[in-house]
Structure formats: structure tokens, C-alpha cells
Design a protein around this ligand. Structure first.
Ligand code: NAD
Length: 493
């Protein structure tokens, strides 16, 4: 099956004949081919989006919201089908894909509130006889470029807000798992989204470059690795666009001696090994402070060794495959390098065997200790089920280790002390902070995005930031009578 682009309300083959395989990562079997669209395909989608903009912008906000209400209902009806398709093309276990679809739906729900979310501000009599009001207006064609690890939820962090505010969109999903979002686009069409409001163009680097350079795209939302996030931010802003580009991570989980160790273990284990470590919010460095180190170490080693790796559609599976053979080899290369650098490999997940699925892309739970500053296993984003367990003498030392990282996506503290949690929030310097939570994921109503090398831009995804990112404010300053003694004016009390 060849994946098609969606342009101006029609499913079309890309002009390029170059394609890549989409595979089921649990078996390695090819399930589709995705085109590597070029500049001509992007231009066709931009022209369709541009043509649709005037009438979509003129569609009342309440009517735009009603399309999203219908989409929300359709997503609910099709939730199980979407979750199964997602497990087949991504590999994560079915409970996780159900959760991902739900998180995506929550963004559609939030965007349904657009008539209230888009309200401007007014001040009467800001000066003598003068009123001031601000209006939020859509800007035109936005483009959204997304990664492979949440192919349902991450596009839904963006496009529902972009279209709810009256813009039109060109979406470029990950080329590694584009199939489930195709179903969502078909549901959006069924919900009544007019042709040209949402367009989809599949491809890779060349497609993204054409987006960054296209003069009729006003802004770009991007999620992916930090290396590419920085390239896209630089190239899109140099071309005069708005940009918000979310990058990679190396997240710290700091455990204090007074933590509830059962809660902490559950949170840390699911943070590190959930989605096979392929989450931008995945914990990858556990720091046990003082006595906490031995306690969390022992529990985490037990939990990691007992995880069952296999097909995500099997209800007994705890952890699915990684996305591809290339990515499995990359994760294994990080593990090899950690060993070569002298870190202690306490649990080795290289090449686990999964009976009957020998063609799948497997990496088992992996734990390192004695990781010193400068080792790549402790500093680089591995994006697999690999953790390091470090020891700190006190919380200041633990925070200093975290601050040494160039990333700053998320971090968590585990403690029963409100004061320690409050101090941590003050000191962390990282945007997404968990307190006794291992995956510090803000829900749709709050901004999602990191700091330092994990984020380029200022306005984050979702929350109120999404409304600001996709609109421009017009401020209207009005004076209706220059003469205070005008006989037509009502006398002021
Ligand atoms: P990636 O950077 O390889 O790809 C992301 C997107 O960019 C894809 O659509 C891809 O086609 C495109 N792309 C890839 N290389 C490119 C290049 N050289 N030039 C232009 N475009 C290019 O990321 P991925 O492997 O799909 O996703 C995993 C990464 O995403 C991890 O680093 C993860 O931390 C990050 N991520 C971050 C967040 C966040 O909220 N900060 C959320 C999810 C994932």
C-alpha cells in the first residue's frame, strides 16, 4: 500500500517516485510505503491551504468549534481501532496506545472551547474619551512537522488549535509511522472540515526544507530531536516565519531518602521503560540521594529484570520493540560505548530473544551504574529503555548533576516533604517538573515544552500558548468624539 498525501480535500499520490518502507517493528514486516514528497507537493498543499483560508477564517468560531466537537465524538467511537493500528506501526503496548489516543482527544476537547479561548481584552476609557480593545486574528497557513514517537497525539497538540483559531494547515507527519494519523484525517473530513483546511504531505528532510523555505507559510510547529529542532528553528525564522521547535531530552529523576519507595519505584520504572524509553519525558538518569540510592537501586533492578518484552498487542507484554532496525542499532551502540567507557552494565538488554518474532527490533531493559560526567551514556539522549543510576550525597549535588545536562525537558523529585518539593521547583530551571510523578506531562490545558537545548522559541505547544502562537493580536484604539461638549453625547455622571 502506498501512503497518499491529502491536498485540498483529495487523496493524491506524491509527485516523487521515491518511497520508504513502513514496517511493523514487532515483526519487521513491511506494511506500507511512504512517499518522499518534494517541493512541488508542498507547494500544491500550501496553495490549497491558502485558497481555503479566507472562507475558513470567515466561518464563525462557534461553527469551527462544532467541527471539532464532531471530530472528538468520531475519535471516541474509533478509539480502539486507532490504538490497535498505532501499536502495529509503532510497537508500543496497547495500553499505551489507548492512552496516547486519549491524550490526543483531550487536545481536540480543549480546542472546542475556541470561542472563549480566542477572546481579546478591552479597557474602556483608557484615556479621556478613548477605548482600547485587542482582537486575536488567524494569520494564514501554518505547517506542523512531527516525530515518530507519538504519531497520534503530537499532531493533535497543534493542528486542532491552528484550525480552531481560523488558520489552515500543512501537516508533515513522521515518515516512520504515518498510517494512524491518515485515519484521523479521514475522520476530520467526515466531521465536516472543509477541503484545504488541513492538508497532509508525507516525506523527510527535503519535504521539511521546502516547508521552512516556502514564502506562503507563516509559521512552523516542530517536534523531534534537538539537532533537527535547531536546524528547523534557524531556517524557518531566517525565512521570516514564527517557529516553535521542541527537541530531545535527558530527564533526571531525583529520589530523596524520605520518598515513599513503592510510589517512587512504580513512577521511575514506568518513566524509564514505558514506550520502550521512546518518550521525550522518559526518565533516563535516576539520582538516589544518600540512603535513597541503595533502596531505589535494588527495587529498580528487580522491576527492570522482570519486564516482559514482546508484541504490544499481547496483553501480557510490558514493553514492545523500538521503532526500527536502525534505531535498535543506535541504542545498542550507546550501550557498547558505555561499556567501553568503563560504566558498569548492571543489566544488559542487548539482543533479547522474542520467540516467533525474530525479525522484530528488540532492546531489553538496560541499567548502567558508575556513570561519570563526560560518558556519552550519561549525557546523550539514547531514546531507548536504558537508565543510569547515580548517587548524590545531598539534594544540591543531585540538582547540580541535572544542571550539567545541556537538555532541560522534564525532571522529577520524589519526596514526602512539601518544603523539599517547593525548593526543587524554585531551583530546577526546567519547564516540566514532576513531584512524585515520573512522566511530567502537562495536560492539554497547560503549555507543553522544555527549556535549554530541549526547546527553541518562546511559545510552547497546547495550553494558552497555542492560541497565542496561532494568532496575531490587533489592538484597536478608538475615539468617537473629539469634542467633550458634543451635544449628542450622554452626560457622564
Ligand atoms: P527526528 O528529529 O529524526 O524527526 C522529526 C521530524 O523531522 C520528522 O518529521 C522527520 O521527517 C524530520 N527530519 C528528520 N531529519 C531531518 C533533517 N535533517 N532535516 C529536516 N527534517 C528532518 O525525530 P524522531 O526520531 O522522529 O523523534 C524522536 C525525537 O523527538 C527525540 O529526540 C525526542 O526526544 C523528540 N521528541 C520531543 C518531544 C518534546 O516535547 N520535546 C516530544 C516527542 C519527541
Amino acid at each position: 500500500m502506498l501512503v497518499r498525501n491529502y491536498v485540498g480535500g483529495a487523496w493524491r499520490e506524491a509527485s516523487s517516485s521515491e518511497t520508504l518502507a513502513v514496517r511493523n517493528p514487532a515483526s519487521g514486516e513491511e506494511i506500507a510505503r511512504v512517499p518522499l514528497s518534494g517541493g512541488a507537493d508542498i507547494d500544491a498543499a500550501v496553495q490549497a491551504a491558502k485558497a481555503a483560508f479566507p472562507s475558513w477564517r470567515a466561518t464563525p468560531a462557534t461553527e469551527r468549534a462544532r467541527v471539532l466537537f464532531r471530530l472528538k465524538a468520531l475519535l471516541e467511537e474509533n478509539k480502539e481501532d486507532l490504538a490497535r493500528q498505532l501499536t502495529i506501526e509503532h510497537g508500543k503496548v496497547i495500553a499505551e496506545t489507548r492512552g496516547e489516543v486519549q491524550r490526543g482527544i483531550e487536545n481536540v476537547e480543549h480546542a472546542c472551547g475556541i470561542p472563549a479561548l480566542m477572546m481579546g481584552d478591552t479597557v474602556e476609557e483608557i484615556s479621556r474619551g478613548i477605548d482600547c480593545a485587542s482582537w486575536r486574528q488567524p494569520m494564514g497557513v501554518f505547517s506542523i512537522i512531527t516525530p515518530y514517537n507519538f504519531p497520534v497525539m503530537i499532531p493533535l497538540w497543534f493542528w486542532p488549535y491552528a484550525v480552531a483559531t481560523g488558520n489552515t494547515v500543512v501537516l508533515k507527519p513522521s515518515e516512520q509511522d504515518p498510517l494512524t494519523h491518515q485515519k484521523i484525517v479521514a475522520l476530520a473530513e467526515q466531521a465536516g472540515l472543509p477541503p484545504g483546511v488541513l492538508n497532509v504531505v508525507h516525506g523527510g528532510q527535503e519535504t521539511v526544507e521546502a516547508i521552512c523555505d516556502h514564502p506562503d507559510i507563516v509559521g512552523v510547529s516542530f517536534v523531534g530531536s534537538s539537532h533537527v529542532a535547531k536546524i528547523v528553528y534557524t531556517r524557518a525564522t531566517a525565512a521570516g516565519k514564527r517557529a516553535q521547535t521542541l527537541g530531545g531530552a535527558k530527564n533526571y529523576l531525583i529520589v530523596l531518602p524520605d520518598a515513599d519507595m513503592d510510589v517512587t519505584l512504580d513512577a521511575c520504572a514506568s518513566s524509564i521503560f514505558g514506550s520502550t524509553g521512546q518518550r521525550c519525558l522518559a526518565g533516563s538518569v535516576v539520582v538516589g540521594v544518600g540512603d535513597a540510592h541503595a533502596k531505589i537501586r535494588e527495587r529498580l533492578m528487580d522491576a527492570a529484570s522482570s519486564l516482559r518484552v514482546g508484541d504490544g498487542l499481547e496483553p501480557t507484554t510490558d514493553m514492545g520493540p523500538v521503532i526500527s532496525g536502525v534505531h535498535r542499532d543506535r541504542v545498542n551502540a550507546f550501550i557498547d560505548q558505555g561499556v567501553a567507557d568503563g560504566a558498569k552494565l548492571s543489566l544488559d538488554g542487548r539482543s533479547p530473544s522474542v520467540a516467533g518474532l525474530e525479525g522484530g527490533y528488540w532492546v531489553g531493559p538496560t541499567v548502567f551504574e558508575d556513570v561519570t560526567p563526560g560518558m556519552s551514556i550519561g549525557t546523550e539522549e539514547v531514546f531507548g529503555p536504558v537508565a543510569s543510576i547515580n548517587r548524590a550525597k545531598d539534594v544540591d549535588e543531585a540538582i547540580a548533576m541535572m544542571h550539567a545536562s545541556r537538555y532541560g525537558n522534564a525532571c522529577s523529585i520524589f519526596t514526602t516533604s512539601g518544603g523539599a518539593a517547593r525548593d526543587f521547583r524554585y531551583q530546577a530551571g526546567i519547564s516540566m517538573i514532576g513531584v512524585n510523578i515520573g512522566v511530567a506531562a502537562p495536560m492539554a490545558f497547560f503549555p507543553f515544552g522544555g527549556s535549554k537545548g530541549s526547546f527553541f522559541g518562546d511559545l510552547k505547544a497546547a495550553g494558552r500558548d497555542a492560541i497565542s502562537f496561532y494568532t496575531e493580536q490587533r489592538v484597536v484604539i478608538s475615539r468617537w468624539s473629539a469634542v467633550p461638549s458634543d451635544p449628542h453625547r450622554v452626560t457622564k455622571p
